[in-house]
Design a protein around this ligand. Structure first.
Ligand SMILES: *[C@@H]1O[C@H](CO)[C@@H](O)[C@H](O)[C@H]1NC(C)=O
Ligand SMILES: *[C@@H]1O[C@H](CO)[C@@H](O)[C@H](O)[C@H]1NC(C)=O
Ligand SMILES: *[C@@H]1O[C@H](CO)[C@@H](O)[C@H](O)[C@H]1NC(C)=O
Ligand SMILES: *[C@@H]1O[C@H](CO)[C@@H](O)[C@H](O)[C@H]1NC(C)=O
Ligand SMILES: *[C@@H]1O[C@H](CO)[C@@H](O)[C@H](O)[C@H]1NC(C)=O
Ligand SMILES: *[C@@H]1O[C@H](CO)[C@@H](O)[C@H](O)[C@H]1NC(C)=O
Ligand SMILES: *[C@@H]1O[C@H](CO)[C@@H](O)[C@H](O)[C@H]1NC(C)=O
Length: 546
C-alpha cells in the first residue's frame, strides 16, 4: 500500500569490493547465504491515492462456492483439524525445495572438543569466521533457492536440537543454568491439559508453547542499557504509527515493562538494544547518497560503547542481545557486528541472512492511529465472504507486476486483483474476501499478513523465503496458504481446490490467532503481539544456550 519509504540502494558496490567479514555459520546450504553487497536504490514516487482501479461492481456477489454449504459448515465445530493444506494443494506442482538436511558449516563444529576454560571467553558461539564473497541479491529478481515453509520448520527444529545444546553452559553463569533448566522443562513437558484460551490446532505443539510461555513469565529478565542517544534510541513516541510501527510499539512496551525488566544486568537473560531503524534512516540517511555507511557506523559506535562499558557484549559476542527492527534496510544495517544478536526483523528473508531458530520474524503491523492500534478489526463470516481472492497495492518489486498481469484483467470475477485502491475500499475488500493475497513488495514482508488476520481473511502468502511471524510456535500451514511465486498463474486453481470445509476451518483458525497479533496500550495483555515477540526471542535464546 502506501509505503512512503521510497529509497532503495543502487548497484554500485561492484567497484567497492567491500570485504565482508561476517558469514553465517548456520544450518543453511551455503548457497543461500548471500549478502546484499550491492543494495539497490531506486526512487519511487509515493502513490497519490488514486482510486481509479477500484472497480466496485455487482459481480462481486458471484461466488465460486456453495453458499448454503458454507453457512452450514460455519456453525460446525466438529471439524477435524488438519495440517496439510499447503502440501496437498501444492503437491501437484513440482517445486524445487531444498533437500531435508541442510549442511552445517564445518567451522563451528570441531572446535568444541579443544576448548580450555581459559579460552572460553575468547571463543564465540556461532561466530562467522569465513571470509566469503556473496553474490549480489537483487530485489528485482526471484531468489535462486526457495525454501518452503515446511523446510523452515525443519530447520528450526534442527537448530534447536543441536547436540551442542546439551553441553554444559559455557560461562557457568546462573542465568545459563536457568536457561538450561527452562529448556529441559520445555523438552520434557509431556501433554499439558487443554487451555480454553489457546486453540491447539494453531500451534506446532501447544504443550510446548504453554510451558515455554509460563517459564518466560516466571523466569525471564531483560536488561536495557541506558546508553544511546535520542531520538534514534529510547524514543518510541516518534514511531507509533505507520508501517514500521511495530519497532516503536515494542520499544515503548518493553521500556515501560514491569514484569520482565531488571536493573541488574548480572541476572539478565537477554539484553535489549532499544533503537529504531526507521528513525535512524530518517535522521541519518543522506538523500540521494545511495549509501548506508553512516547509518551502519552509527550503530557500530553504539556497540563499541556498550562493549567497552560492560562485560556482557564480549561475553557472548552479542548472542544474548536482541533488538526489533522493521525498516527494510535493517537486515543490511545489522549484519556487521550485530550478526550474532537475536535480530527481530520485519524483513525476515531466509534467502538472505535471516537465521530461522535464532532470528525472530517481527510482525509488520500497519498502524493508522496510535489510539487504535488494531484498526477496525473484524470482518464477514465465511458465508458472507463472496470474493474468492483480493489483492491491492502499488507495483513494488517483481512479484506484483506478474500478479497483476495474470489476474487483474481476467474474466474471473471472483479474483479482485488491483493496483492501488483507496484505504476504505481496501479494508472493505479484506472483510469480504475469503483469501487475501500477501504478495512480496520490494522485500518479503507485507503489512497484509497481519491485516488479513485482523480482518478474518485467510492469508495467501506469495513471497518466496518469507519467514512468517512466530513460526517457532505457530503452525502457519494450518491457517494460511503459501503459494510459490512461480505458481501465480495457478493461483485461482489452487484456491478453489481448497474444499469449503477446509476453508471454514482455516478461517476459524485465523480468528483464533488474532489475539497474537494485537497491540495493547499501557499494560500488554497475555499472549498479545508484544508478548509473542518477546516469547519468540526467549524461545530461541532458550534453545541455543551454547
Ligand atoms: C495523481 O493525482 C492526480 C490528480 O489527483 C493525477 O492527475 C495524477 O495522474 C496522479 N498521479 C499518479 C502517479 O497517479
Ligand atoms: C448493479 O446492480 C444495480 C441494482 O441491483 C444496477 O442498477 C446496476 O446497474 C448494477 N451495476 C452493474 C455494474 O452491473
Ligand atoms: C450445495 O451444497 C449442498 C450440500 O453439500 C448440496 O446438496 C447442493 O447440491 C449444493 N448446491 C450446488 C448448487 O452445488
Ligand atoms: C497430509 O497429506 C499427506 C499427503 O497428501 C497424507 O499422506 C497425510 O496423511 C496427511 N496428513 C494429515 C494429518 O492429514
Ligand atoms: C587441541 O589444540 C592443541 C593445540 O592448541 C592441538 O595440539 C591438539 O591437536 C588439539 N586437539 C584436538 C582434538 O583438536
Ligand atoms: C508436544 O511435545 C511434547 C514434548 O516433546 C510431547 O511429549 C507431546 O507429545 C507433544 N504433543 C503433541 C500433541 O505432539
Ligand atoms: C570487549 O572487546 C573489545 C574489542 O575486542 C574491547 O575493545 C573492549 O575493551 C572489551 N570490553 C571489555 C569490557 O573488556
Amino acid at each position: 500500500m502506501d509505503r512512503s519509504r521510497v529509497l532503495r540502494f543502487l548497484s554500485q558496490v561492484e567497484t567497492c569490493r567491500v570485504v565482508l567479514l561476517m558469514v553465517l555459520v548456520v544450518a543453511f546450504v551455503s548457497g543461500l547465504q548471500y549478502f546484499e553487497l550491492a543494495p539497490v536504490l531506486s526512487i519511487v514516487s509515493p502513490g497519490n491515492g488514486t482510486v481509479s482501479e477500484y472497480r466496485e461492481s455487482n459481480d462481486t456477489t458471484k461466488s465460486t462456492e456453495n453458499e448454503t454449504f458454507l453457512a452450514s459448515q460455519e456453525a460446525s465445530t466438529e471439524l477435524k483439524p488438519y495440517n496439510n493444506i499447503t502440501s496437498e494443494v501444492l503437491k501437484s506442482s513440482e517445486h524445487k525445495f531444498l533437500n531435508d538436511s541442510p549442511k552445517i558449516e564445518a567451522s563451528g563444529q570441531s572446535r568444541r572438543s579443544n576448548e580450555t576454560a581459559s579460552s572460553l571467553h575468547s571463543l564465540q558461539p556461532r561466530i562467522p569466521q569465513i571470509h566469503k564473497k556473496y553474490p549480489h541479491r537483487s530485489t528485482k529478481k526471484p531468489p535462486v533457492v526457495v525454501i518452503s515453509i515446511t523446510q523452515m520448520n525443519k530447520m528450526i527444529l534442527k537448530r534447536h536440537n543441536d547436540p551442542k545444546n546439551s553441553l554444559a553452559p559455557r560461562w557457568g553463569l546462573k542465568v545459563d543454568e536457568e536457561l538450561r533448566t527452562a529448556r529441559d522443562k520445555i523438552k520434557n513437558v509431556g501433554l499439558l491439559k487443554k487451555d480454553d484460551n489457546l486453540y491447539a490446532p494453531l500451534y506446532h505443539n501447544l504443550s510446548i508453547f504453554k510451558r515455554s510461555y509460563e517459564l518466560m513469565e516466571q523466569t525471564l529478565k531483560v536488561y536495557i542499557y541506558s546508553e544511546g542517544d535520542r531520538p534514534i534510541f529510547h524514543q518510541p513516541e516518534a514511531i507509533m504509527e505507520g508501517i514500521y510501527a511495530s519497532e516503536g510499539w515494542f520499544m515503548k512496551l518493553m521500556e515501560s515493562n514491569h514484569r520482565f525488566l531488571t536493573k541488574d544486568p548480572n541476572i539478565a537473560h537477554l539484553f535489549y538494544l532499544p533503537f529504531s531503524t526507521r528513525i535512524l534512516q530518517q535522521k541519518l540517511y543522506v538523500h540521494d547518497s545511495h549509501s548506508r555507511r553512516n547509518l551502519v557506523k552509527y550503530l557500530k559506535n553504539y556497540l563499541d560503547l556498550i562493549a567497552s562499558n560492560y562485560p556482557f557484549w564480549n561475553r557472548t559476542r552479542g548472542s544474548d542481545h536482541f533488538f526489533t527492527a522493521c525498516h527494510d534496510w535493517a537486515p543490511a544495517e545489522t549484519r556487521g557486528p550485530y550478526i550474532n544478536c537475536i535480530r527481530s526483523l520485519c524483513n525476515a528473508d531466509v534467502g538472505v541472512d535471516f537465521v530461522v531458530g535464532k532470528d525472530v520474524s517481527l510482525p509488520e503491523t500497519k498502524i493508522s492511529s496510535s489510539q487504535n492500534p488494531n484498526g477496525n478489526i473484524g470482518g464477514n463470516r465465511p458465508s458472507k465472504r463472496t470474493i474468492l481472492a483480493f489483492f491491492a497495492g502499488n507495483l513494488h518489486g517483481y512479484v506484483r507486476p506478474i500478479l497483476l498481469n495474470q489476474w487483474s484483467s481476467r474474466p474471473e470475477p471472483d479474483m479482485k486483483i488491483f493496483n492501488r485502491i483507496d484505504h476504505k475500499s481496501y479494508i472493505r475488500y479484506m472483510k469480504r474476501s475469503r483469501f487475501c493475497v500477501c504478495a512480496k513488495g520490494y522485500e518479503v514482508n507485507s503489512p497484509r499478513v497481519v491485516e488479513s488476520v485482523l480482518y478474518g481473511c485467510v492469508p495467501v502468502i506469495i513471497s518466496d523465503n518469507f519467514v512468517p511471524p512466530f513460526l517457532e510456535i505457530l503452525n502457519w500451514e494450518s491457517f494460511a496458504v503459501f503459494v510459490p511465486e512461480k505458481e501465480i498463474p495457478n493461483l485461482r486453481k489452487i484456491l478453489i481446490s481448497i474444499p469449503v470445509r477446509r476453508y471454514v476451518e482455516m478461517q476459524k483458525r485465523v480468528m483464533k490467532v488474532q489475539k497474537h497479533f494485537m497491540w495493547h496500550d499501557g499494560e500488554p495483555v497475555r499472549y498479545d503481539v508484544f508478548h509473542m515477540i518477546l516469547h519468540s526471542v526467549w524461545y530461541n535464546r532458550v534453545f541455543q544456550t551454547f
